[in-house]
Design a protein around this ligand. Structure first.
Ligand SMILES: [Zn+2]
Length: 664
């Protein structure tokens, strides 16, 4: 998601708390520098290594498995009470290597209930509802006790059948009477209902309604929690900020709505003949024939017998295959436009745009979504889904498979989420940087491309020096659910800085190619941070453990400077200093006088114009633990007029004034 006001607030907060400071008082002896060159291996990934589900190649291990879920949901929206009531059947295929004794169920609507735990950093007020009311639950046809008594030892008894605890929380547990063996399936049935909260624009938590005319319905049905090979059940509460980590599966969803209301949803409409008017169907059939944005339902064309078939109620049936979730939005007032996107290697797909008639800027969102689908398909891998939908409403930036709730401003970002986490199923609740962070990184490239420019990664890596050292910042590997006031920075902004530096180490085009290979390798799978780190090292042919260690597990910086330059004959010795703990390659830009002896390029240099060279020494020069490195320049005697350390501004640096010689 991108609650922009919220994120900007956090960034301003972060910025206001940083100060330019010299890390060492003048004359103090330099502390010893020990550079770590290994990646921490925690119990989580150790478990994957031990069972062979993960390995050091960064590709799915020989024993890799993941769960699969199949949902059939019938739901009805009652506009008079703003209630969605549903009945669902979900089959969980236990592809894991062990029996399940408990099943965790996500009930995200309970975040609106009075007793729910919520992130301290959410904006208030949100509307309080009764949350999710689960009225019936069965496991393989056996009724689940919804209000079990605990025995004297505080345990729950399943002697008389399965029992559920925590149905008033965002994560509930169903204790099974008999475990679900490995490689077998279990079927749950549930009846449930909730009131869709009425929210002001931008003030919801992913879902909400505008009075009784527009409903954005997401995180809306009891959903089987993630169960993976690294941690087993993902029991992280939904606190409203970090979003999700979902199983892949299939959805068959029937939505019973007032006639005349139109719907945008994850998935593909299965029964247009029973739902849409002949005019609407004819217009939809032409959508993929041109790049024009076309009107499907215009102003004055809304209502039963006009946009939809006539009558009182209409049941829309959608299916979504190999997805991680299903969401939808409906309104009696939506204008429905559509255009197409051309996906490389796949052909054209429809793009649906649902917006309120007064919102003229929203019409432009179609072109933004199309550009994002086409650009990211080329950058990483082709968009895999059969359609894409953007919907207007109170939520200004939130993503679901094939479906986003977004204003124009976040349309590119939310479409970008189709790559992570919708296709590459990362654990965003823990490792938000693999989702929001990678997305922010690519948004900058997409935004430049939309304006006909080439995106540049320059500058961002160096910026991190302004934040490093702030004790409120947790390392990127700290669970995003608990990142506190730096959540926006650590989750959204730091990964682009990290990838800017990585491009500065391995080259930008090599970086983008490796990221694309990573995406393809983990398409519709669940990579861990270690899989990403190891995959990138293999793809780039480099030992980058030092890089991952400092960026992901610490909050250290490089803080480089030019300490001295001395010239003797044809040689100039540039003493480069690093006061931070993170090492980096030494990159010097050397500018020469316009005339003089011929410039003879060094083997580790490249000329960027006739009087400018960029000279590079690898990061290895620091591994002995030194704080200074003497970079010897010998270009054949042409006078040097200016030397700049880190000219592309890729390496975290608190003070850039000391990167230039002679000092300005
Ligand atoms: Zn986002």
């Amino acid at each position: 998601m991108a609650s922009l006001a919220c994120i900007l607030g956090l960034v301003l907060f972060a910025t206001s708390m940083t100060q330019a400071q010299s890390p060492l008082p003048p004359g103090a002896p330099p502390p010893a520098r020990v550079i770590r060159r290994t990646v921490p291996i925690t119990n989580t990934i150790r478990r994957g290594f031990a069972t062979g589900t993960r390995d050091s190649t960064g590709r799915p291990g020989r024993n890799y498995w993941q769960q699969w879920t199949e949902y059939t949901i019938n739901a009805r929206l009652d506009v008079a009470t703003s209630t969605v009531a549903g009945r669902e059947t979900v089959v969980l295929h236990n592809n894991s290597d062990s029996a399940l004794r408990v099943i965790l169920l996500r009930l995200d609507q309970n975040i609106f209930a009075p007793r729910a735990a919520r992130s301290d950093f959410l904006e208030d007020p949100i509307e309080v509802t009764q949350g999710m009311r689960v009225t019936r639950l069965t496991v393989n046809g056996q009724a689940v006790n919804l209000s079990p008594q605990l025995d004297r030892s505080g345990r729950i008894s399943t002697a008389s059948g399965p029992a559920a605890l925590g149905l008033d929380q965002t994560v509930a547990q169903i204790f099974l009477q008999s475990p679900v063996p490995a490689h077998q399936a279990v079927m749950l049935e549930a009846d449930w209902n909730f009131e869709v909260p009425n929210v002001a624009v931008g003030r919801g938590i992913r879902m909400g309604r505008q009075a009784d005319s527009l409903y954005q319905v997401a995180q809306w049905y009891p959903r089987i929690a993630m169960y993976d090979d690294l941690r087993g059940w993902d029991g992280e509460p939904y606190l409203g900020q970090s979003e999700f980590y979902n199983n892949f599966g299939r959805w068959d969803v029937s939505l019973d709505l007032p006639a005349g209301w139109v719907v945008g949803a994850s998935g593909t409409l299965q029964n247009p003949d029973q739902v849409l008017s002949a005019t609407t169907r004819e217009r939809l059939a032409r959508v993929t024939q041109s790049d024009e944005q076309q009107t499907i339902v215009g102003v004055g064309e809304m209502g039963p017998g006009k946009s939809t078939v006539a009558g009182d109620r209409v049941v829309w049936r959608f299916t979504a295959d190999t997805a991680g979730d299903f969401a939808w939005a409906t309104s009696r007032s939506y204008v429905w436009d559509a255009t197409r996107a051309t996906i490389p290697g796949r052909g054209t797909i429809p793009v649906n745009i649902f917006y309120l008639p007064g919102d003229s800027s929203f019409r432009r969102a179609g072109a933004v979504v199309r550009h994002a689908l086409e650009y990211y398909s080329g950058l990483w891998m082709p968009y895999s889904f059969p359609q894409m939908t953007i919907t207007d409403g109170p939520e200004l930036g939130m993503e679901y498979p094939m479906f986003i709730m977004s204003g124009l401003g976040a349309a590119d970002h939310e479409t970008g989420h189709q790559w992570w986490p919708m296709m590459v199923g990362v654990n965003e609740t823990w490792y938000g940087w693999m989702d929001e962070g990678f997305n922010s990184f690519m948004n900058a490239l997409s935004s430049a491309d939309r304006q006909g420019q080439r995106g540049s990664l320059d500058g961002r890596g160096q910026q991190y020096g302004r934040t490093s050292g702030n004790e409120l910042e947790s390392p990127m590997m700290w669970p995003a659910n608990y990142q506190g006031p730096f959540y926006g920075f650590t989750t959204y902004l730091k990964a682009p800085q990290m990838l800017s530096m990585l491009g500065g180490v391995v080259g930008d085009s090599a970086l983008l190619t490796a990221m694309s290979e990573y995406a393809k390798t983990w398409r519709f799978k669940h990579p861990s941070p270690w899989d990403y780190m190891f995959f990138m090292e293999r793809a780039l042919g480099r030992d980058l453990d030092w890089f991952w260690y400092y960026w992901l597990f610490t909050t250290e910086e490089v803080e480089g400077s030019i300490a001295n330059v001395s010239t003797s004959g044809m040689k100039s010795t540039v003493t480069v200093r690093q006061d931070g703990e993170m090492p980096s390659p030494v990159v010097l830009q050397v500018q020469f006088a316009p005339t003089g002896p011929a410039i003879r390029p060094m083997p580790n240099s490249r000329m960027t114009d006739s009087v400018t060279a960029v000279v590079t020494w690898p990061v290895d020069v620091w591994f002995g633990g030194h704080r200074t490195f003497d970079a010897v320049l010998n270009f054949g005697g042409r006078a040097i007029t200016r030397i700049t350390l880190d000219p592309f501004r890729r390496f975290p640096d608190r003070d850039q004034r000391d990167n230039v010689w002679p000092r300005p």
